[in-house]
Design a protein around this ligand. Structure first.
Ligand SMILES: [Zn+2]
Length: 105
């Protein structure tokens, strides 16, 4: 009468050979690319690979699965944007120095 037990067999077969790193939450090795941290740019893409677990939807960094992804993204954002910000400050500072130098004459 009841055929519920057989429904289990119809579930898509879980692929263990996806080659990814195991999910820190459930150990699942199948992930899809996570939301792109665009503000990290190409440097961020090299240092951090955001993925989302196909099984439990946990998002994490494939390069450091046990690190907190939100913290990691924030630290990278501060580091990368901090460098860019310093560069801009340096250029503006040099420009201001140059203007001050030329105005003196
Ligand atoms: Zn998972």
């Amino acid at each position: 009468m009841s055929r519920y037990a057989e429904d289990e067999d119809d579930r898509p077969r879980r692929r263990r050979s996806a080659g990814g790193v195991p999910c820190p939450e459930c150990g699942w090795r199948s992930q899809r690319p996570g939301p792109w941290p665009w503000y990290l740019g190409t440097v961020g893409a090299v240092m951090c690979k955001a993925v989302v677990c196909n099984d439990c939807d946990h998002d994490f960094d494939a390069k450091k699965p046990h690190a907190n992804l939100a913290t990691r993204k924030r630290n990278l954002a501060i580091g990368i944007n901090g460098c860019g910000f310093l560069g801009i400050v340096l250029v503006i500072g040099l420009l201001a120095l140059w203007i001050a130098f030329t105005m003196r004459r």
